[in-house]
Write a protein that binds this ligand. Structure first.
Ligand code: A3P
Length: 296
């Protein structure tokens, strides 16, 4: 794997009004025609909002006891297929999802709400959306793009931040993503919208809320086992959860499990960048009712 020749960085292009790369559009027909099942659970996020964390929580809740071998033998991206991905080093996400024999199927997507395959709505699937404040989300995305060959070159932090504000990111603007999904929550009652900051503040409390949404009632002991397993330090050293098995990511540049904190943006934004960002944020989010915390 070390000697594998890395593919060139992909280019961004406009796809139905959203910036995308070919890795997420090559398989578009199969994505749009994907047949969801009523008990599928869709984990939806803007990239770097805590997808892996919540994926792992759900996997442990559903399969931690009934199929413990999953945890040691299958990397998280095979247990929870990435629906729209087609990275060529793995079968496309739709195929991985179709092959899952376990039930419920846990499926990950970064698609903005308007691009989600219609069968998820027709089947009235449960959806867990995770959102993270824009500043930390941008920082995490920047470091991810530095180490992930499958995304466009991030350039320097200042340029990247401008691009983030302009919405020229893979999967489009953060602003549209978090508000689009928030609005959908008002009509799709089976959507649980949770915040990364709340998870950091009190994972146990959020786990309880998640279980109540999913209709699960694990024992106190089981819940504690899940909570312990998904702590940042445990996930960071867990090769089945930390993406260290993916050849297109260079952990020497930055690890996938990087810091896992709220407020790391303060180590990256200059005062001027922060002020400009806040001003722009106010304009873009004028009509938004969803509220974020940038500290806990
Ligand atoms: P940082 O880069 O800020 O550290 P995603 O899974 O959506 O790609 O999100 C990755 C981000 O979630 C990274 O943020 C990663 O460290 C953080 N993360 C993953 N597991 C976590 C955990 N158990 N606790 C806190 N943060 C976690």
């Amino acid at each position: 794997m070390e000697n594998m020749e890395l593919p060139p960085r992909p280019k961004l292009f406009d796809f139905h009004g959203v910036s995308m790369t070919h890795y997420f559009t090559d398989n578009w027909e199969n994505i749009q025609n994907f047949q969801a099942r009523p008990d599928d659970i869709l984990i939806a996020t803007y990239p770097k909002a805590g997808t892996t964390w919540v994926s792992y929580i759900l996997d442990l809740l559903y399969f931690g006891q009934t199929a413990p071998e999953r945890q040691t033998s299958l990397p998280i991206y095979e247990r929870v297929p990435f629906l729209e991905s087609d990275f060529h080093i793995l079968p496309p996400g739709t195929e991985l999802a179709d092959k899952l024999s376990s039930s419920p199927r846990l499926i990950k997507t970064h698609l903005p709400v308007q691009l989600v395959p219609k069968s998820f709505w027709e089947q009235n699937c449960r959806i867990v959306y995770v959102a993270r404040n824009a500043k930390d989300n941008a920082v995490s995305y920047f470091h991810f793009d530095r180490m992930n060959q499958a995304d466009p070159e991030p350039g320097d932090w200042n340029n990247f931040l401008q691009r983030f504000m302009d919405g020229k990111m893979v999967f489009g603007p953060w602003y549209d993503h978090v508000t689009g999904w928030w609005e959908r929550k008002q009509t799709h009652s089976k959507l649980h919208y949770l915040f990364y900051e709340d998870m950091v503040e009190d994972t146990g409390r959020e786990l309880d809320r998640l279980c109540s949404f999913l209709g699960l009632s694990p024992s106190a002991e089981e819940k504690e086992r899940v909570r312990g397993g998904v702590q940042f330090d445990n996930m960071k050293k867990n090769s089945m959860a930390n993406y260290s098995t993916v050849p297109i990511m260079d952990f020497k540049i930055s690890p996938f499990m990087r810091k896992g904190k709220v407020g790391d943006w303060k180590n990256h934004f200059t005062v001027a960048q922060s002020e400009q960002f806040d001003e722009d944020y106010k304009k873009k989010m004028t009509n938004a009712t969803v509220q974020f915390r940038t500290v806990v």
